[in-house]
Design a protein around this ligand. Structure first.
Ligand code: URA
Length: 199
């Protein structure tokens, strides 16, 4: 089997990466998913958000964060003056796990080269990691999200570029734990301040 890393590295554009992922047969999740969920938003954006894995609505539409979590995410983005035309959104895992179960560490490892290459090709000024799995997979840490959130980290690409990354709480978690929305709100204000400082 061709390894994800080889396919990912060989892609020199987002279009090519999407094609290579669609042709990839090394992840069992593809067999039960309806669609590849590649990304949404603006590939030129300064801000890239990375979630965990598609849910039911995302699987049907082939786009990330279009269900209930996505509607909350859109409101969080609007609060700092952003929308899908000014951010780029993807997930660590591009296929829906059956019944929305948590992706296994094995599935995450298999898919990791694809999201890493996607970040490298978009080359955002700032990354936002939505939830623990995204933060753990891309920020080289095993710390829990409640400890990680609110503190800038670095995501280092294969070519050695370090991108400031803000880990924050996942919108699906916030729907279950609305008392923590104020924490995510603080994190998004940090992102807004960073963007202002960088521009
Ligand atoms: N949750 C995620 O992490 N990603 C989606 O695309 C939708 C829900």
């Amino acid at each position: 089997a061709v390894l994800a890393r080889q396919l990912a590295t060989a892609a020199v554009s987002l279009d090519e990466l999407r094609q290579h992922m669609a042709a990839f047969e090394g992840c069992n999740l593809k067999a039960t998913a309806k669609n590849l969920v590649f990304a949404d938003g603006n590939p030129q954006a300064a801000v890239m958000l990375v979630g965990e894995a598609p849910g039911r609505d995302e699987d049907i539409e082939g786009l990330p964060f279009v269900g209930r979590s996505g509607r909350l995410l859109d409101r969080m983005l609007a609060a700092i003056g952003l929308d899908r035309g000014s951010v780029y959104i993807a997930n660590v895992i591009p296929w829906r796990p059956p019944g929305n179960r948590t992706p296994t560490p094995h599935e995450t490892e298999i898919c990791r080269p694809f999201i890493e290459r996607q970040i490298e090709l978009v080359n955002p000024k700032v990354l936002i990691n939505l939830g623990g799995p995204s933060a753990k997979t891309l920020l080289n840490t095993s710390e829990g999200i409640l400890r990680l959130r609110g503190n800038w980290r670095l995501h280092t690409t294969a070519s050695g570029i370090a991108i400031p990354a803000m880990p924050t709480l996942h919108p699906a978690y916030l729907l279950r734990t609305p008392a923590h929305k104020k924490l995510a709100w603080r994190d998004f204000l940090e992102v807004k301040a960073k963007l202002r400082a960088l521009s």
